[in-house]
Design a binder for this molecule. Structure first.
Ligand code: NAD
Length: 491
């Protein structure tokens, strides 16, 4: 088994739940000839057996280890890289123990959930000199890579503000309130667990990192009042025991979703983990509605909202720059983790990308698309991890520094909600270097005069104000995407 420069690369995996299947499928299918998984580890012996059965079809010598034997596994197999896909709250421990044992780490997002755990990772990397890569698949999804490319090409000039509203729908959003994610001690809440993806995108798009943040957040929908409003106050602790199944749109019957049954219901006896807890129960302590205002080191101001009870899934993005505005509307397919459906696929009819240059005709650009989970992002990222090396002009590979900044905005926002004040992000973790994408922007931009073509009559849009279609002649990675006026065609 040979990989880059004919070097055999050995992996072990800790955490064999829903997400780990992206990695295990990659090992047994596309990358079976070039990457080797030698051992897996989990607290749940049932899930270990399930994962081992699939992996041993290709790797018959694969060994299983219970969580208390994690260090023993590292000593016995001496892997090059440990893949961490456990609950968020235990990432730091597995990352640091792996680094101390001389391994590199690939970790699922979020890298960790609070500033103390983050400090431990930063200190251990400094001490060991090993590397941590965070699997930010969202960067690889074509429509989001396209935003990075447009901003790098200076299509709207220097970025001054970002407004991002992310909508999790009542299917996908509700699922966070059934599982371990519903307690902050496990996940850091949605501001860390989920928003780490969104904050990472913004940091990367802007080539900058956040400086200060003020936030508010509440649980306004997945709570007892909403259960009362819907006549569901007699709900049981979990769906399996609930008599209100025929009246509750959130009812999850694990017995009838084969993958969820096999992964979770059949393995409850090993660790007592219930994956179908009622979304209205009292012991939930994460927010379902949050809003933040943050300022970046480059001066840009971010306003961000996240709701977990929207009727549709996706996001609305506005980025304003010195030369115009970029708007992306993105509608995605909904799913629940582990149900076997494609996660986060783009719905073409609900997805658009528009550029509004100052004083000029706005135009619409066809959105880059891909196949598979997270808009095609998972496949591209796996190829980057396990396939042959390629150039990465968009800098999509994320290290521990970028992993840290993506969570620190959420950690600071959690602190701001608790303390009711603005939080300085640089105060949270010591010795954190700047990310390698950070660009100190000098204010030397020169905007050439182009005579106004856009007409406004009393603030009402005229035909000249409606975005026209533009067709890209070049797509990533070749060519420059800068749009010329002659590329715009009428629709
Ligand atoms: N990038 C993405 O798009 C994406 C999508 C889903 C999940 N994730 C991330 O993947 C990770 C796993 O999420 P999941 O959905 O698979 O959850 P899951 O509950 O399905 O699986 C977690 C697994 O970890 C095991 N585990 C829990 N605590 C452990 C410990 N202390 N030691 C060893 N094993 C332990 C559990 O038994 C389970 O098998 C999380 O960090 C999550 O944020 C990322």
């Amino acid at each position: 088994m040979y990989r880059r420069n004919n070097i055999v690369k050995k992996y072990v995996l800790v955490g064999v739940g829903g997400r780990s299947m992206m990695f295990t499928e990659a090992f047994v299918e596309k990358y079976k000839g070039i990457s080797q998984i030698v051992a897996i580890c989990d607290i749940n012996n049932g899930r270990l057996d399930l994962a081992a059965k699939k992996l041993r079809e290709v790797f018959p010598a694969l060994k299983c280890y219970s969580a208390e034997k994690f260090d023993e596994m590292l000593t016995a197999h001496r892997p090059d890289t440990v893949i961490v896909a456990t609950r968020d709250c235990s990432h730091d421990d597995y990352i640091c123990r792996s680094l101390e044992a001389g391994c590199d780490v690939i970790t699922e997002k979020p890298m960790t959930i609070d500033e103390k755990k983050c400090q431990r990772i930063v200190d251990t990397i400094k001490k060991t000199g090993r590397s941590v890569r965070v699997t930010f698949n969202y960067r690889y999804s074509p429509p989001r890579s396209q935003i990075k490319k447009l901003l790098m090409d200076g299509v709207i000039g220097k970025v001054l503000s970002v407004n991002l509203t992310w909508f999790l729908d009542t299917n996908h959003g509700a699922d966070y309130f059934r599982r371990w994610h519903s307690n902050k001690e496990n996940s850091g809440g949605l501001l860390v667990h989920k928003a780490t993806h969104h904050f990472d995108l913004i940091n990367w798009w802007l080539s900058s990192v956040p400086k200060t943040v003020f936030a508010r957040g509440e649980r306004v929908f997945y709570n007892a009042q909403q259960a009362n409003r819907c006549g569901l106050s007699d709900h049981a602790r979990r769906c399996l025991d609930c008599k209100l199944s025929d009246r509750c749109n959130f009812y999850l019957d694990m017995r009838h979703v084969p993958l969820i049954k096999e992964l979770y219901l059949d393995n409850e006896k090993y660790d007592g983990y219930l994956r179908d807890l009622c979304i209205f129960r009292d012991d939930i302590d994460i927010e379902d509605l949050v809003g933040i205002v943050a300022q970046y080191r480059n001066g840009a101001i971010l306003t961000y909202n996240l709701t977990a009870f929207s009727p549709w899934e996706g996001y609305r993005l506005d980025i304003q720059g010195t030369q115009g505005k970029l708007e992306q509307l993105c509608q995605e397919t909904s799913y629940i983790n582990g149900d076997g459906t494609v996660q986060g696929g783009f719905i073409a009819a609900g997805t658009s990308l528009k550029i509004y240059p100052h004083f000029q005709t706005p135009y619409e650009i066809p959105v880059w698309s891909g196949k598979g989970a997270h808009g095609g992002g998972d496949i591209l990222m796996l190829d980057d991890i396990f396939g042959s090396p390629k150039e990465d002009p968009l800098k999509r590979v994320a290290d521990y520094v970028q992993g840290a900044y993506s969570i620190l905005l959420g950690v600071a926002a959690n602190k701001s909600i608790k303390e009711g004040k603005m939080i300085n992000i640089d105060d949270l973790v010591k010795d954190l270097p700047a990310p390698d994408f950070e660009i100190e922007q000098e204010d030397n931009e020169i905007i050439p005069f182009v005579k106004k073509t856009k007409l406004m009559s009393g603030g009402i849009e005229t035909k000249a104000n409606i975005p026209q279609k533009v067709y890209e002649k070049n797509t990533f990675p070749a060519g420059n995407l800068r749009i010329k006026h002659s590329d715009i065609v009428s629709i």
